[in-house]
Design a protein around this ligand. Sequence first.
Ligand SMILES: N[C@@H](CCC(=O)NCCCC(=O)O)C(=O)O
Length: 259
Amino acid sequence: MEYSTIPMIGVTGCTSQLGLHPFHIVGDKYVRSVSDAMGACPMVIPALGQDLPMKRMLTSLDGILFTGSPSNIEPHHYQGAASEEGTEHDPARDATTLPLLALAIELGVPVLAICRGFQELNVVMGGSLHQKLHEVGGYIEHREDKTASVDIQYGISHTINIEPGGLLYEAWGRTSADVNSVHTQGIDRLGKGLRPEAYAPDGLIEAVSVIDAKNFALGVQWHPEWKVTKNPFYSAIFDMFGEACRIRANQREKEYGQA
Ligand SMILES: N[C@@H](CCC(=O)NCCCC(=O)O)C(=O)O
């Protein structure tokens, strides 16, 4: 019997106050990258923290996309100094994505972690972050120009050097690529069990994978979801993630039958 099940992909949400009410929200580009680039079904994961039945949820999903967000991880999660007053945080998202990411890796659920998601992956593995890369010294500008149009903000910003032998190299087959850059924070101490997969020209780690992972587990500091179907490098990443998710979807269908 042939199986070609549509993978069900969790897409992590953030909390945000819209008018008088708190909402669970996720950017359209993340949801659409799952449906358009992977042919999969996006399922938004609310930031409910420990109120989510995480293990149950993971058995029903074929992969998780950990999204980017303007908010920063609260520094106590990586023993960092308290952030400057006015820094945007989302403790409900932290309480959801950090344990969910750890459990997904433990259970071998395919994971693609983007920007804040990439930083979450590093923190979950015991790493730490620079809170303001531009104040550290020695780094190029990794922030977007907030006065520019969104196409410029998410347009190509710098090259990355890709390490041969990793997932990214396997996906792209070359040792360099061009990426966008929309972040203020970045990896300081690398988490244990993570392998650097790519570097910016200033030496900043731009991509990591989980060593000896049971399944696809890749984090990238840039935004491959941005106009993914028009960018062959970004598409190659989603193709590889999509393939891992499809294999899991087919295995789940074989085991449990179609729901
Ligand atoms: N806040 C962190 C992470 C940056 C990030 O994820 N940016 C995405 C912004 C909105 C989006 O495109 O979803 C940092 O500044 O380093």
